[in-house]
Design a protein around this ligand. Structure first.
Ligand code: MG
Length: 360
């Protein structure tokens, strides 16, 4: 079953509220969409956000990577040699992981539809549903407490709290949120590289002593500062999760072997899609390191692909797949159901999301 054609389009959706981290403020999901058409007449779809501050990719670079490099490398190949096609996709150019991720998920969507089976089942999954956290943007203390209480009222039991923008106030922010939501809500703290190593140890120790009890602290220091990550991991009790420090399977080997973090956050936009993410899962299993599955600011289309991986791999014990919950609307029918904190898989073939005509 040969790959006949690849097309690129755009997905543009308003967010319910502006999304703020230590790195950026965003008001819309404005992503590149991709459609792969097979000679059997079926099609698979994928999506990539331009997260230049993390992956270095822009809407223009993603579009050009797919049109000028990826499509010429894989159009005409037999999709039933899936491993060979994925190898060509990953090797046709370096970097450009979000562009590759969009095509990887579109290929797997088409593969699943061709085999008439849902992707999570084909990947060995048995987990019909799982729970995701919801992100609380970094703002003033009162606003963050209000947003946290609102999230709990919507049924979320796990909050991912963004900090790191103004480190002097981070302990106060988190203590106020803990006091407001009570002891039964899990707090994941994401500093998005916003602290120095010493600052991170001081703040995390203060959180431990104040009884805030974070479940984990994500990416406390700069992505490339492996020594700093190792210093923080060695000097606090709270588990440390590497996000921006880990793109490739090789990064995961380094972080886990050097004990630069306890956990790894897998995002398809960093790995280059589900196929490389499977290697990362195997590495984490080897090191007995639990993984989180995360997303950028993405619509339901690419977050659905991540949900298929989460449902398939036991090593993924934490989900941060709140992209659809942050959007003002859920635009497409089909695929996994995102209902508040619970993501429920369906038996729609492939990734299963039905995408309307977005194609140029
Ligand atoms: Mg993060």
């Amino acid at each position: 079953m040969r790959i006949r054609h690849i097309q690129v389009g755009r997905i543009s959706l308003p967010l319910a509220h502006p999304f703020k981290t230590a790195l950026r403020t965003v008001e819309r999901v404005d992503d590149v969409a991709v459609r792969v058409i097979g000679e059997n007449g079926l099609e698979g779809c994928g999506e990539a956000p331009a997260t230049a501050v993390i992956t270095g990719e822009t809407t223009g670079s993603i579009t050009c990577a797919i049109r000028d490099y990826i499509a010429p490398a894989i159009v005409g190949l037999d999709l039933m040699d899936l491993d060979g096609v994925m190898e060509k996709l990953q090797r046709c150019m370096v970097h450009n992981t979000s562009a590759k991720a969009a095509v990887d998920m579109a290929l797997l969507d088409l593969w699943g539809k061709t085999l008439n089976a849902p992707l999570w089942r084909l990947l060995g999954g048995a987990r019909k549903s799982f729970e995701t956290d919801l992100t609380i943007s970094v703002n003033g203390v009162d606003e963050m407490v209000r947003d946290s209480l609102e999230a709990v009222a919507r049924g979320f039991h796990i909050l991912k709290v963004k900090v790191g923008k103004d480190s002097a106030a981070d302990v106060e922010r988190l203590a106020a949120i803990r006091a407001a939501v009570g002891p039964d809500v899990a707090l994941r703290v994401d500093a998005n590289q916003g602290w120095t190593p010493r600052e991170a140890v001081r703040i995390i120790t203060a959180l431990e002593e104040a009884g805030v009890g974070p479940e984990l602290v994500e990416q406390p220091v700069a992505a490339g500062d492996f020594d700093g990550m190792r210093y923080v991991t060695a000097h606090v009790h709270t588990p440390i999760l590497a996000d921006e420090s880990v793109f490739s399977p090789a990064d995961a080997v380094r972080v886990l072997r050097e004990r630069a973090a306890d956990y790894v956050n897998i995002k398809l936009m960093k790995t280059g899609g589900i196929w490389p993410a499977l290697k990362l899962c195997a590495i984490a299993e080897t090191f007995n390191a639990p993984c989180m599955i995360g997303c950028m600011l993405e619509s339901q289309l690419s977050v659905a692909a991540a949900a298929h991986l989460a449902a398939a791999k036991g090593v993924i014990t934490m989900a941060d797949l709140d992209g659809p919950s942050l959007c003002a609307c859920e635009p497409f029918p089909g695929g996994p159901n995102f209902d508040g904190p619970i993501v429920t898989m369906t038996d729609d073939p492939g990734v299963g999301v039905q995408v309307p005509d977005l194609w140029n």
